[in-house]
Design a protein around this ligand. Sequence first.
Ligand code: NAD
Ligand code: MG
Length: 305
Amino acid sequence: MASQDSDQTTTDQLAFQDPTKRYPVISPPAESLPGTGLDAEMTPKADLGEKSYRGTGRLEGRKALITGGDSGIGAATAIAFAREGADVAITYLPEEEQDAQKVAEIIRAEGRTAATLPGDLRDKAFAKELVDGAVDQLGGLDILVNNGGKQKAAEFEEIDDEQLEATYDINILAMFRLVRAALPHLEPGATIINTTSIQAYQPSPTLVDYASTKAAINNFTKGLAEALAPKGIRVNGVAPGPIWTPLQPSGGQKPEDLPEFGQSTALGRAGQPTELAPAYVFLASPESSYVVGETLNVNGGMPTP
Ligand code: NAD
Ligand code: MG
């Protein structure tokens, strides 16, 4: 259904526009993509900002590592960071190589360095390997975006130990390990940005494991921000609402809920990944120098505390 496709925007994010109409209301098919899902296989297409994100030099020369940078919010952030002048390392699961290479190509087309570092965030040893790989290929590190995540919709009784442990490992434990590994490389002015969720405040009955990791991420963000601010390292979070990314049609929602995805927001439509990118750019850039321990909600108008 081409008219629903969201990647055809010709105006950039700085063009004045009606937010209810910036993107169409989408009605995705009730399907379930295998594994973590591929951006390349999404119907309708998501907008990662390939054609629409315009940089204004806000991250000139910075070096960023983004987990889950192959698709969705992480990919849109990676593209935006490169357009703002940063070199970018992305990590993702090996089976997402196709998506990762597309993002890397866009980064390189900006004349920036792209490092593609596949691996599993559940693997304890990977955190250090990943940080070392990013530092090695980019020549340093000053932005860490903890964004990779797992969401599987299930009734509470269906959440077995395997799902529970995977969700906690990927969503919150990996953040501790990555920050620990990154810290020795981070200098004053460096920033850490964690992806949390509207689910931290409004847990869905079918996402009890996931939502509780997101509440933990909010608290982790505030505590870590207090711990690192004296060193000149700022920590903040971004809490997305319903955003059209592979996580949703690969089990993040029950298939029967997909056709109405995002329509209950105040704007009446799902968000596109590139609509999140400016929040990450702001929190990564020096212009947010006095913003510490904050969670920026980007959710189309879903009330938060
Ligand atoms: P996405 O599927 O595009 O990105 C998630 C990425 O996590 C995947 O691409 C994958 O590379 C990575 N990942 C998952 N398991 C991994 C593992 N074991 N090892 C390494 N990497 C792994 O979906 P997205 O929606 O862009 O997700 C990004 C973040 O945004 C997640 O933390 C998610 O919880 C959060 N979020 C998404 C929404 C939404 O509506 N899409 C809303 C709120 C929060
Ligand atoms: Mg992916």
